[in-house]
Design a protein around this ligand. Structure first.
Ligand code: C2E
Ligand code: MG
Ligand code: MG
Length: 703
């Protein structure tokens, strides 16, 4: 089609004379009416008729107004329109764009050109679109995740409600903001930009970052994003979905904290301590010259508190100890609870070794102050081992060395500290070797029992034996128990050995009874160590052995050291009563060394007191020792107990004991501990000598 502008002026004149205005108006798809003042139509085109049907020309505006929802106000709007289009709805639901334009013709009446265009389909399309958009908006607001749409320049063009809640900003504040400014770390912003660049290439991805809210707090989010493209396929921005993972993150952080801290005291645990120690050593390898040390703590009486006042009291004590530690340390130092009552401290950048010693002293002083536990004053003291680190140390070594030094400090007495040295390490290694050898010895059954006679002091008649364990070492020969029992005690191996000792002692006694006539009255004394005595299934184990071997319980005397009983009176008394319940006899070993409280002694279901050999050794030369023995014997008589004297080596000692009224004796004077074969011979001999010997002795006493 040729454009009007391209036509010549003459052609235009010709054309306009040929084309009538009416024809033009008639051919328009819009409904057109020319209204004269008063509202009558002087012209309506076909389209108008098609839109509204036949309307009377008179007062056509009035008729028309009846068709619009606006009603009468339609007329007012028409009057004031002056060519401005209005979208108006008909009563039948159609929409019209209505334009009323006043026309002024010279010498003619003022009239109005009314143009009505059916825009129903456009309006519907728009409305549908609007509804869809609203639905989408509603949907995006109901998501729990935040949604942010950005343009090519990372400026926000849309956010949903959840993102506003998440970030604390309003929608208005966010629109136009550069999205990356919302991230906490510059690094995160860089990463977001980088990911966005990748997205431009159509690569979507997820990553974790921290969002900075309006009030400056931090929210951990996971962002998943996809690029958007315009109709031409050009990158137009991104849509990011923000999932708030702060709760999960906090739970993770809590888990991490729990994994590295002791839940009771809140102090660092072993893992965290090791980690710090390793970092400290690493920094020394890089040339840091600062002096550092590990302090290892052990508390005496902690077990007593736990056993006597209960675990809640023990826990309370540990918490208060932790608080005292923290009050005494500098910010760079780290205190940890490794477990039980074991605490360690890492002292960093010390001015001198002396500084570590001073701190150890200060802590010891502070820990000596009483603790208020459940309304009671509890006293404790700490033994401390110290090891200094170097660039070539390892964390394990430093802790181990401090531990070894702590043991040395402890063995020297309460509330001491000790610096680690090489010799300690060597003896610790020896001890470790011994432990390994002992484990093997138990497997290879290298232990055996020796038996030492216990005799009636007045008649010299054999009353029974004490079973004494020996380690029959393949190279060293018989190793005495003092050299290995403490090691076995430390790692519970004593329980395995003790069980065997008890079984073997019972078995041997039964064998003698079967093989040797007249040996039925013999008794067997069996030592129980501290650990065995606290063993939970001790009673079951013993009754099982008694049943298996057929020994009558009254023939067995359990020896338990006085010091152990006195340190654990509560638990010891109840265990003793259970053993008595089985029918066993009980003997308090090494009596006189355990500072017995006399008030307790009478509560114990004990029949025998074994006076420690340190009193017997000098009984004849030392009046004081003699007096002690005398007192013990009198005390035993009052308590209806019998006294056994250990370590009787000479006739003079025996004589003195007899004079004092002591009932039984055991010692080299009668026999050294001997193996089962020698002991059998000893029994036979003593049974055959019995009568004559006894008369001889009785005569001797009378003389
Ligand atoms: P204990 O129960 O006080 O045993 C007495 C110790 O004194 C024995 O040492 C014995 O050989 C020694 N002895 C006996 N008469 C004399 C003497 O006239 N002079 C001197 N100088 N010593 C004498 P042994 O056999 O070396 O046992 C030492 C300790 O080892 C025992 O002291 C006991 O506490 C413990 N023990 C021995 N066997 C066992 C066992 O099977 N289990 C447990 N738990 N401990 C045991
Ligand atoms: Mg004993
Ligand atoms: Mg003893």
């Amino acid at each position: 089609m040729r454009m009007i502008a391209e036509l010549s002026p003459s052609a235009i004149t010709r054309l306009s004379s040929e084309i009538s205005v009416e024809a033009v108006l008639q051919s328009s798809p819009d409904g057109i009416a020319i209204i004269v003042r008063g509202g009558d139509a002087v012209f309506v085109n076909q389209s108008f008729a098609a839109l509204f049907g036949e309307l009377p020309s008179d007062q056509i505006l009035w008729s028309l107004s009846k068709r619009f929802k606006a009603g009468d106000s339609f007329l007012v709007q028409m009057e004031n329109s002056d060519g401005v289009s209005k979208e108006m709805e008909l009563l039948d639901g159609r929409w019209m764009e209505v334009t009323a334009k006043p026309i002024r013709v010279e010498d003619g009446p003022d009239s109005t050109l009314l143009v009505l265009r059916d825009i129903t389909s456009t309006v519907r399309a728009l409305k549908e679109n609007e509804i869809r958009e609203r639905r989408l908006r509603d949907l995006l607001s109901t998501m729990s995740d935040g949604l942010v749409q950005t343009d090519v320049n990372e400026a926000i063009v849309f956010v949903n409600e959840p993102f506003c809640v998440m970030s604390g900003y309003s929608q208005q504040e966010l629109i136009g903001k550069i999205a990356t400014e919302l991230f906490f770390e510059e690094e995160d912003s860089r990463m977001v930009s980088k990911t966005n660049r990748l997205r431009k290439k159509g690569i979507s991805g997820q990553y974790e970052t921290a969002l900075k809210t309006k009030d400056g707090s931090r929210i951990h989010v996971i962002i998943g994003g996809t690029p958007t493209f315009d109709l031409e396929g050009e990158f137009s921005g991104t849509i990011g979905v923000f999932t708030d993972i702060t709760g999960r993150k906090m739970a993770e952080e809590q888990l991490l904290h729990d994994a590295l801290h002791d839940s009771l005291t809140g102090l660092a645990n072993r893992s965290l301590f090791m980690e710090h120690l390793k970092l400290t050593i690493k920094s020394r390898k890089r040339g840091n010259k600062g002096l550092f040390a590990v302090l290892f703590f052990d508390f005496d009486r902690f077990k007593v508190v736990n056993d006597s006042l209960g675990h809640a009291a023990g826990d309370e004590l540990l918490k208060q100890i932790a608080a005292r530690f923290e009050a005494n340390l500098r910010p760079g130092d780290l205190v940890a609870r490794l477990g039980g009552d074991e605490f360690t401290i890492l002292l960093n950048d010390l001015a001198s070794e002396q500084a570590a010693f001073l701190l150890a002293e200060r802590l010891q002083e502070d820990l000596k102050r009483p603790f208020d536990i459940q309304g009671r004053e509890i006293f404790t003291s700490a033994s401390i081992g110290i090891s200094f680190g170097t660039a070539s140390s390892t964390a394990d070594e430093l802790i181990r060395d401090a531990d070894i030094a702590m043991y040395r400090a402890k063995s020297k007495g309460k509330s001491r500290f000790q610096l680690f040295d090489k010799e300690m390490h060597e003896s610790a290694i020896k001890r470790l070797q011994l432990e390994t050898e002992l484990r093997q010895a138990l497997k290879r059954k290298e232990f055996c029992l020796f038996y030492q006679p216990i005799v009636d002091i007045n008649t010299r008649a054999l009353s029974g034996f004490e079973a004494l364990v020996r380690w029959n070492h393949p190279q060293k020969g018989f190793v005495p128990p003092d050299e290995f029992i403490p090691v076995l005690e430390e790692n519970n191996l004593i329980l395995t050995l003790g069980k065997w000792v008890f079984q073997e002692g019972c078995r041997q006694l039964m064998e003698w009874r079967r093989q040797i006539d007249g040996s039925d009255h013999l008794q067997m004394s069996i030592n129980l160590s501290v650990k065995e005595f606290s063993q939970l299934n001790l009673i079951e184990q013993i009754s099982e052995t008694l049943a298996q071997t057929g020994v009558d319980p009254g023939s067995i005397k359990i020896e338990i050291t006085e010091s152990h009983v006195m340190e654990n009176t509560g638990s010891a008394v109840s265990m003793m009563e259970r053993l008595r319940g089985l029918g066993l006899e009980l003997s308090l070993d090494d009596f006189g060394t355990g500072y017995s409280s006399l008030s307790y002694l009478h509560q114990l279901p004990v029949k025998f007191l074994k006076i420690d050999r340190s009193f017997i050794g000098r009984i004849t030369e030392n009046a004081e020792k003699r007096e002690i023995v005398h007192t013990i014997v009198r005390l035993a008589q009052n308590l209806k107990m019998q006294v056994v004297a250990e370590g009787v080596e000479t006739e003079e000692q025996l004589e003195e004991l007899r004079r004092q009224g002591c009932e039984f004796g055991q010692g080299y004077l009668f026999s050294r501990p001997m193996d089962a074969v020698a002991a059998s011979r000893y029994i036979e001999q003593s049974l055959s000598n019995d009568g004559s010997d006894r008369t001889k002795e009785i005569v001797a006493v009378r003389l």
